[in-house]
Design a binder for this molecule. Structure first.
Ligand SMILES: [Zn+2]
Length: 338
């Protein structure tokens, strides 16, 4: 046997010995798992919480995703280390007057009117156990009932913020519509085969429309070029706005509000309240805006695309230019592959 063959064999033996160790290491450390694997495990937990409470899995999933979104942009909330991102205050979980901050005893949590529940059946309500966390949220929601209106009231009592309720609901409707939480696809807002130009203009003074800085990217193209949704989400507004003209606003599952302005008209198939996926045509490039309904032609046709992030308290604009470049590159690559 040649030396090379021997080395290859030795290698194979090593791989078979080491790989089970590697995979158990991967299991023990969730940060080593792919996002798709994490989503699959999460879905399993949501379905389990649904099975024991009759609260639809997409309501539980939506609260979890909302909390994950705000943790990514807030410094005052601890970042979760488990599969679920729902963060409970100590007073909610353990009870307002409970002196024991690490209390996981069901009896004393109940005594102090805490909401912590035991989801995995080990007799404890641990604020760090994914199944206990998700069951606690599902159990709280269940105490209001199972309809969408009940869900809204439960959310309002929990967050005391209309925008938060609206955002969680948009996530829930999107999950429910696609029967999935695996919604990662994105799209460039214009079909790539049309002629268009855009550049980074974040913070530039507006050429039109007053003194505010320019919050978005202008993509110049001809009248009538289709404008498509970039993300999965719910159409929150659709109609006339004095500045944006015919415009559409879509709330996605990552606490982003996508704003498409100055359209010449809408896709007649698309309505306010509808759930859409990336690539769905919303309307067409135009030059509407800066006047009474129907005013247009005050500037060259273009799509104004803006993105706003909600952190649970406020919403602010951030520069969509890097994302636009990334989506454009990605679609080009996909097209080449065929
Ligand atoms: Zn603009």
């Amino acid at each position: 046997m040649s030396l090379i063959k021997k080395l290859i064999q030795l290698n194979l033996i090593l791989i078979t010995i080491v790989s089970p160790l590697l995979s158990s290491y991967v299991d023990a450390n969730s940060s080593q798992k792919s996002d798709a694997e994490l989503r699959e495990e999460r879905l399993g937990l949501y379905l389990k919480a649904e099975a024991i409470t009759l609260i639809p899995w997409y309501y539980i999933a939506a609260v979890d995703q909302y909390e994950r979104n705000i943790q990514q942009v807030r410094k005052d909330i601890p970042k979760s280390t488990g599969l679920s991102s729902i963060y409970f205050s100590s007073s909610f979980w353990h009870g307002e007057l409970n002196p024991a901050e690490e209390d996981s005893s069901l009896d004393s949590i109940r005594f102090f009117n805490g909401h912590g529940q035991d989801g995995d059946g080990d007799g404890n309500a641990s604020v760090r156990n994914d199944e206990d966390i998700l069951y606690t949220m599902a159990h709280y929601l269940e105490s209001y009932g199972q309809t969408e209106d009940d869900f809204k009231i439960a959310l309002w009592d929990y967050y005391r913020n209309d925008k938060a309720v609206n955002q969680v609901l948009a996530i829930a409707q999107t999950y429910q519509h696609f029967r999935s939480i695996d919604l990662t696809k994105k799209a460039f807002p214009l079909p790539l085969f049309h002629d268009y130009t855009y550049r980074s203009t974040w913070g530039d003074r507006r050429g039109w429309g007053g003194r505010r800085i320019h919050e978005g990217t202008d993509i110049f193209a001809s009248y009538g070029v289709p404008v498509r949704s970039t993300a999965y989400g719910v159409i929150e507004v659709m109609g006339w706005n004095k500045y944006g003209g015919w415009r559409v606003g879509i709330r996605d599952i990552h606490n982003n509000y996508h704003y498409y302005a100055h359209l010449s008209g809408f896709n007649k198939e698309v309505k306010e309240g509808m759930v859409v996926e990336p690539g769905v045509v919303l309307g067409y490039v135009g030059s509407s805006g800066y006047g009474k309904p129907g005013t247009s032609g005050k500037f060259p046709p273009h799509l104004h695309y803006g993105v706003y992030k909600f952190n649970g308290r406020t919403e602010w604009a951030y520069d969509p230019y890097p994302s636009l470049r990334a989506w454009e590159r990605y679609e080009r690559k996909q097209k080449k592959r065929g």
